[in-house]
Design a protein around this ligand. Structure first.
Ligand code: NAD
Length: 467
């Protein structure tokens, strides 16, 4: 089938790559020319630098004849007459300064432009049926807005559907090739049929749950699933982790073993961290709360997860002063990991952004950053051209170089290799020295490091004063 993707981000590109691999003809359009150049380069390294997703480069190179990247809208217009479906993969961040409302401006802009051009289809092309399928995470009633836009411009022969994306960044390609579920929300059997053809590879798979519902259920299911996951993290931080921080001799990992054995509870979400970041959980939870509050519902319980997450970051940082009597002023501090989690270069809503801002406010001498994949993205957030305070932030190519000459370090991303960093700390940063472990990466070595004189502040542990 002939498919158009609007938006070449994590969702659009990963989905398009899998659809190309499924034998469809893909055109993917994005307004970001640099992104399109990198992703369409056919060069695995450039693709990886742009979107760090395991397997994405290989899949795009293997299927290069099936997928065309463009930042020229004329290419979209030229193809409209023969398209079977359009996938909307636009950003829907939280509106700045709002009470959780989604910023739908990117979506509206793309939908308006699409509608205007679809309405201009001539002759035979007017009769060609096209389904507009939304993959962005949007408010529950958004499908009604999309319909209004199409009708306002006089678009004929179109269907609307919702196909929320459940990919997990860092495992997006694996997850898209072997999805646990495909959720399709549509109003008519005709639209369901077309989408079944697009997803034939998965529709016929015995291992994939192919769920057909209406478009509002699909949109609500996505928001509720993300809130549920986020709330599990908040409970882990604020109840399980806090209990382990409060009593001596409670090892978080041992409590996790006891709790996760119960299949009713499951193991996902039982990891302690200084913050749950990323592009989705926070904004989707805020959006759900906003939509319900607009309808007069008491959303204090939903909002509590957001409050806890912010408190967790503040508390982690403040423990340096309150428990280790450590001041960051005029000190060099190593930051290990700036991606919001392992296996991605995504820094959207990364807790490292909060921490670096706090260190700048506390007049730190130098922030020495190392991350195996995300430094390029992080540099864009702390652009020295925009604020001269950022000149104390420096980037290093190894853990060793970033740790060298520092008085404290903070482990902020759960990159597996950081579990081995204890030996580098011992070599480069003799005690007295403050280790702040925001991910419990060094939990197996806490005793040894404490006995060597290191002060340790870790989520899910009381303060461990160096001996
Ligand atoms: N990243 C995830 O893990 C994930 C998972 C599930 C759902 N989602 C949802 O999917 C949507 C997209 O997320 P993402 O992570 O891919 O975002 P992204 O920011 O990585 O990608 C969005 C892309 O859309 C492009 N864009 C903006 N305006 C455009 C326009 N008018 N025409 C064409 N392209 C345009 C941007 O340049 C960007 O490249 C969001 O609603 C998000 O909540 C994301």
């Amino acid at each position: 089938m002939k498919l158009l993707y609007l938006g070449a981000g994590f969702v659009g590109t990963c989905s398009a790559a899998v659809m190309a691999d499924s034998g469809h003809d893909i055109l993917i359009y994005d307004i970001d020319q640099i992104k399109i150049k990198m992703l369409g380069s056919g060069d695995r390294d450039l693709i990886q630098n742009c979107l760090f997703e395991d397997g994405l480069g290989d899949l795009l190179v293997q299927n290069k004849d099936q997928i065309k990247f463009s930042s020229d809208y004329n290419d979209v217009v030229k193809n409209l007459d023969t398209l079977d479906a359009v996938f909307m993969c636009l950003p829907t961040p939280e509106k700045k300064g709002s009470k959780g409302e989604s910023d739908l401006s990117y979506y509206y802009l793309a939908a308006e432009e699409l509608a205007k051009n679809l309405a201009k289809r001539n002759g035979e092309a007017q009769n060609k049926y096209i389904v507009i399928i939304n993959k962005s995470t949007v408010p529950i009633e958004m499908i009604d807005e999309t319909e209004k836009i199409m009708k306002k411009h006089g678009v004929k022969n179109f269907g609307l559907a919702s196909n929320p994306e459940f990919l997990v960044e860092g495992k997006a390609i694996y997850g898209s090739l072997k999805p646990d579920r495909i959720v399709i929300g549509a109003w008519t059997e005709e639209d369901f049929k077309i989408i079944r053809n697009i997803y034939q590879r998965f529709y016929s798979s015995p291992t994939v749950k192919y769920i057909e519902v209406n478009p509002k259920e699909a949109a609500a299911g996505k928001l509720l699933a993300n809130y549920y996951l986020f709330s599990k993290l908040a409970i882990c931080y604020d109840v399980i982790g806090r209990t382990c921080e409060t009593f001596d001799n409670l090892q978080f990992e041992n409590l996790r073993k006891i709790i996760s054995t119960d299949p009713r509870l499951g193991s996902w979400g039982l990891f302690d961290s200084f913050f749950a970041g990323g592009s989705c959980f926070i904004k989707d939870t805020a959006s759900l709360a906003y939509q319900l509050e607009e309808k007069g519902v008491d959303v204090s319980y939903i909002k509590e997860s957001l409050r806890i997450n912010n408190f967790q970051c503040d508390n982690f940082y403040n423990r340096a002063g309150s428990e280790a009597q450590f001041s960051f002023k005029n000190k060099a501090v190593a930051i290990l990991g700036v991606a919001f989690k392992r296996d991605t270069n995504d820094v959207r809503n990364s807790g490292a952004i909060e921490i670096v801002n706090k260190l700048l406010d506390d007049q730190v001498k130098e922030i020495k950053i190392y991350d195996p994949a995300a430094m390029w993205m992080f540099k864009k957030v702390f652009d020295v051209e925009k604020d001269s305070r950022y000149k104390v932030i420096n980037y290093y190519n190894s853990e060793k170089d970033s740790l060298s000459g520092t008085s404290a370090c903070m482990i902020l991303t759960d990159w597996p290799k950081f579990r081995e960093i204890g030996s580098v700390i011992k070599q480069k940063c003799p005690a007295p020295y403050l280790i702040m472990d925001g991910r419990r990466m060094l939990s197996a070595q806490f005793d040894e490091l404490q006995n060597l004189g290191y002060d340790i502040i870790a989520v899910g542990s009381p303060f461990l004063k160096g001996k």
